[in-house]
Ligand binder design. Sequence first.
Ligand code: NAD
Length: 301
Amino acid sequence: MTATLIDGKAIAASWRARIGAAVADLAPQGLRPGLAVVLVGDDPASQIYVRSKMRQTVEAGMRSFDHALSASTTQDELLALVAKLNADPDVDGILVQLPLPPQIDAQAVIEAIDPAKDVDGFHPVNAGRLLTGTPGFVPCTPLGCLLLLHSIRPDLTGLDAVVIGRSAIVGKPMAQLLIRENCTVTVAHSRTRNLPEVCRRADVLVAAVGRPELVRGDWLKPGATVIDVGINRVPNPAAGEGRTRIVGDVAFAEAVDVAGAITPVPGGVGPMTIACLLRNTLEAACRRRGLPPERWSATTA
Ligand code: NAD
């Protein structure tokens, strides 16, 4: 193995500690940031995500407001709750856990959130701000990827970056962030021709596809920095009948021999997503009160 392992778990823990210290610094001013988390229905994976988001919010010294609604909640009921949270002065950030049940138009709910409290960064106003290079909220997963990249290469200027995936929550904002970092960016997707060849150009490769081990070792430029966003559950017969394990979008065992640095799955991008949610919530609390950016607003440690 030659690649440096980018330890997302440790890097996320150090960001959480930094955020916790900044939250503690605000206490004498009577300010305690608050995050409202809305979960509709009983999807087990969403329940796990929401529980860890709420636990880490409290551990960072912030307030967590829990809103668990039944799977039969109507769109009007959810919009009424969002309106209430928009108006609540104790709520700095609002997170509506996706996916939502089929009777609810998720885009309408996202667009109903006050952009100043949109800590997921999914509102079109925040997407537009990222596109135009003006201050706004950046979606947590691509922001986490950028912090991981900066832990290896604080200056990405001039590098060739390839992002595989063009979703609104990962691929597209990731590409925008890398443009902002002065990379030359290629966005590859399901219709890209000759994906291995495109990937071989990349000094920085971000894979956000959702296809287990799609990216092979011989698709990588030697020394490339590889960020694997994928979370894919695959059968794991070695552990017993019916058992599964999580793998990324990159064939890790092959990639470690070629890449310069790589994130593991699990323990890479995953832990950074919640750390960035806390970061955005702290930023929302400060911005809403006209407080200047603090030490946590940098993207390098
Ligand atoms: P998505 O399904 O919305 O988008 C997948 C993208 O991959 C699409 O743009 C599609 O064009 C592209 N794609 C599909 N097949 C392809 C192929 N064969 N070759 C090239 N491109 C292809 O998914 P998403 O929400 O962007 O998530 C991507 C992955 O990242 C998933 O595995 C998801 O679980 C994971 N994810 C992880 C985190 C985290 O916190 N670690 C957060 C969000 C998503």
